[in-house]
Design a protein around this ligand. Structure first.
Ligand code: MRU
Length: 351
C-alpha cells in the first residue's frame, strides 16, 4: 500500500505546525464549527494547550511537547547540551506534567533530553532536529500501521471506532483512523461507525469531521448504542487507539473503550488496538499501574457550555480506562502485529 496509496487524498488535516518561531496548534476545542490555530510563542503556552485540550491525542501531545522544549530553549544560554539540559529541566517538567496518562508525552521529552545530552555547542539545532524527527517518524509509523491493520480486515467489513485517533491526534494519517482510512481506500471497509465519546465528544466533534474531509461519511452513534450495534451483527471489528500499552499488553485509552472491548468479546466482534511503539511502556507492568487522568466535573455537567444536569450535583470524570489484554485480539504497531497480546508476546515484540 505504501508506494501507491494516495495519502494526500485521504489525509488533509494537520493539527501541529512549526513556523520557526511559534508552534501553531489547530484549536480542537472549537472544531467542527471553527478552524482556527492558536499560536504558542513559549513553552508555557504549549503546556497550557496540552492541558486544556487545544491539542490532544497521545502522539500529538508528544509532538507538541517536543516543540515546546524547543521554545523553552529560546532564552537559555549554554555552552553545550548538558548545560542546556540542566537549565531546561524545570521547563521540561512543566511540559511533562500537562497530562498524565498518555506515555507519548514523557517519551517525547525523554528523546529531547537524550538529544541534548549528545549535543555540543550546536545543541539548539539538535533539539529542533529531534522535534522534527519525532513528528516525521510518527507520520511514517501511522502509514505503516494503516497497511498492517487494514490487511487484517476482510473486504466488505463494517467497523466501530471510538474517540479521535486520526490526523488530529497524530502527526498525520492517524492510528486506528489510519487503519480505517486504508481499509476504506482498499475496499475492505464499507461502513464506519463512530462513537460520540462523551463527555468531550472527540468522536462527534472531531472524528466525524475529519473523515468528512476525506469524503468518508461515517455514521455517528451514542456511546450507549455500541453494545446494541454489536448485537445486531452490524460490525466485525472495533478499532481503537491507545494512550499507554503496558508490558503485559493492558491498554489505556479513552473512557468507554473498556466497555466496548467487553461487548465486543461477548458478541464475537474482534478488537484491534492501533498505536505506534512510542505508546508502548514496558516500565509499566500492567493496567493497575497506569495513572488515569480525572478532569473537571464541569466537562461532564455541560455540553457546549450549556448545563445538562441539576445544579449542585457532583460528577466524576475519569477520561481514560484500561482494557485488559485478555480482551484485545490484536495490537498493531509500526513494528508488526501482535496477536492475543500478553507479557510474553509483548516481550518478544519489544524486548
Ligand atoms: O483525551 P484525548 O482526546 O487526548 O484522548 C485521546 C485518546 O484516548 C486516543 O484514543 C489516543 O490518544 C490515541 S490517539 C492516536
Amino acid at each position: 500500500m505504501d508506494s501507491d496509496f494516495d495519502f494526500d487524498r485521504y489525509d488533509r488535516v494537520r493539527p501541529i505546525r512549526w513556523t520557526g518561531d511559534t508552534l501553531d496548534l489547530l484549536d480542537q476545542r472549537k472544531l467542527p464549527f471553527a478552524v482556527e490555530y492558536v499560536h504558542c510563542a513559549d513553552y508555557r503556552a504549549v503546556a497550557d494547550a496540552i492541558a486544556n485540550l487545544t491539542v490532544r491525542g497521545a502522539p500529538a501531545i508528544g509532538i507538541a511537547a517536543a516543540w515546546g522544549a524547543v521554545l523553552a530553549a529560546n532564552d537559555v544560554e549554554a555552552d553545550d547540551g548538558r548545560a542546556a539540559l540542566e537549565a531546561l529541566e524545570p521547563r521540561l517538567a512543566t511540559l511533562n506534567a500537562a497530562r498524565p496518562t498518555a506515555v507519548n508525552l514523557a517519551w517525547a521529552l525523554a528523546r529531547m533530553r537524550r538529544a541534548l545530552l549528545g549535543a555540543g555547542a550546536d545543541w539548539r539545532r539538535a533539539l529542533q532536529r529531534e522535534a522534527h524527527a519525532i513528528a516525521t517518524e510518527d507520520l511514517a509509523a501511522n502509514r505503516r500501521m494503516g497497511a498492517l491493520g487494514a490487511a487484517l480486515i476482510e473486504p466488505g467489513s463494517q467497523v466501530l471506532t471510538h474517540c479521535n485517533t486520526g490526523s488530529l491526534a497524530t502527526a498525520g494519517f492517524g492510528t486506528a483512523l489510519g487503519v480505517i482510512r486504508a481499509g476504506v481506500a482498499q475496499g475492505r471497509i464499507d461502513k464506519v461507525y463512530a462513537g460520540e465519546t462523551r463527555p468531550w465528544l472527540q468522536g462527534a466533534r472531531l472524528t466525524v469531521w475529519e473523515l468528512q474531509q476525506d469524503g468518508i461519511m461515517p455514521t455517528l452513534i451514542a456511546d450507549a448504542a455500541a453494545a446494541h450495534l454489536m448485537r445486531t451483527g452490524a460490525v466485525q471489528w472495533v478499532i481503537v487507539g491507545a494512550d499507554r500499552i503496558c508490558a503485559n499488553g493492558d491498554t489505556a485509552n479513552k473512557i468507554g473503550t473498556y466497555q466496548l472491548a467487553i461487548a465486543a468479546r461477548h458478541h464475537g466482534v474482534r478488537f484491534m488496538v492501533v498505536a505506534p511503539s512510542s505508546t508502548v511502556d514496558l516500565d509499566t507492568p500492567d493496567g493497575d499501574a497506569i495513572h488515569i487522568e480525572e478532569r473537571e466535573p464541569s466537562e461532564l455537567l455541560h455540553i457546549a457550555g450549556v448545563r445538562t444536569a441539576a445544579n449542585e450535583i457532583e460528577a466524576w470524570n475519569p477520561v481514560f480506562d484500561v482494557t485488559p489484554h485478555s480482551l484485545v485480539d490484536v495490537i498493531v504497531t509500526e513494528k508488526g502485529v501482535i496477536t492475543r497480546p500478553d507479557a510474553a508476546a509483548m516481550r518478544a515484540a519489544f524486548g
